[in-house]
Design a protein around this ligand. Structure first.
Ligand code: PAF
Length: 309
């Protein structure tokens, strides 16, 4: 079995390494220009992917790199690890290569991109994942697996046959990661949306680490207001709750206290963030449902004023 992984950021590199470790074949797909620079930087036919594991071990894997433009293989298993705003175009760029039985697994933060892809690729099976694995890039093709977490996987807007379900489950169970299958991925995506709505934008606004959001009363109040609005929109959308979201948000702030969120890092580097699929998605859903979201709107306005989009 060969997996094609699109997106060579922290999740793309981490998952490529875990697939190779489990004895599967994996081709990492990057844009043509990036492919050239990576091949040149590594100066060899087979570039090396390095993973610093959270237990202190370092593993190196010779990997196969390609670009969507030069790929001729038929894709049966696609893992999409791009930013949310790039995911739809990334899958479209591979549309001609996807087999009808292709399993497409989406790893994006936020919501909206998964549903858009599921609507377009109805012949294939589209799955979404929600993960708490902690990883960051030390360098190109060098990822630090900073903390081991859990990953939930479930189908988006469809119920695949049991044989399809069992086949993917059987494959992913071979990975050295904690992966659990669920029929309620939407609930897991909403849990993660609450975490991202509360933490990501605020860490970009204050330019701080996740743990520093618990440092003052004002920041804690903003975390609480943002999370409460997610709870209200979620309830109005009829998505069952799975516990106290504010406790979950505080737990993530403590567990990832020393991390800079992905949005804070994007803002620092002057890159587009995933906020349109995080607080932006929440505000859009709230409007449709007639729910007020003043805290999320205030945050988005403040970020726009800082040119963080
Ligand atoms: O986007 C991120 O950085 C992560 O999803 C999280 C959980 C906020 C931790 O930094």
């Amino acid at each position: 079995m060969t997996w094609h992984i699109i997106g060579a950021g922290s999740m793309g590199c981490l998952w490529t390494a875990q697939l190779l470790k489990a004895g599967m074949k994996a081709t990492l797909l990057v844009r043509e220009q990036r492919l050239r620079s990576l091949n040149i930087a590594h100066n060899i036919a087979r570039p090396i992917l390095t993973v610093d594991e959270w237990d202190g071990a370092t593993h190196r894997y010779p990997i196969k790199l390609n670009s969507p433009e030069s790929l001729t293989d038929s894709i049966t298993h696609l893992l999409v690890c791009t930013k949310a705003q790039d995911a739809e175009a990334a899958v479209q760029s591979l549309a001609g290569q996807l087999s009808d039985q292709c399993q497409i697994l989406l790893m994006q933060n936020g919501m909206g991109s998964q549903q858009a892809i599921a609507r377009q690729f109805c012949s294939q099976t589209v799955w979404a994942a929600s993960t708490t694995e902690g990883a960051w890039m030390k360098d190109a093709l060098h990822v630090c697996h900073a903390g081991s977490g859990s990953t939930w996987v479930g189908p988006v807007d469809q119920e695949p046959d049991d044989s399809v379900w069992q086949a993917l489950k059987g494959v992913l169970e071979q990975l050295p990661l904690d992966i659990q299958f669920t029929h309620q991925i939407e609930q897991k995506l909403w849990d993660k949306l609450a975490i991202n709505c509360a933490i990501n934008g605020l860490t970009a606004l204050y330019d701080c680490r996740n743990g520093e959001l618990l440092n003052s009363k004002e920041r804690q109040q903003r975390l609480a207001a943002l999370t409460e609005e997610v709870t209200q929109v979620r309830q109005s959308a009829g998505v069952p709750g799975s516990g106290n979201l504010l406790e979950l948000v505080h737990q993530v702030c403590r567990d990832t206290a020393m991390n800079h969120s992905s949005t804070c890092m994007d803002a620092r580097r002057g890159r587009d963030t995933e906020l349109a699929f995080i607080n932006g998605y929440l505000i859009e859903q709230a409007e449709k449902l007639g729910v007020e979201t003043p805290a999320n709107r205030r945050l988005m306005k403040a970020l726009t004023e800082l040119n963080i989009r």
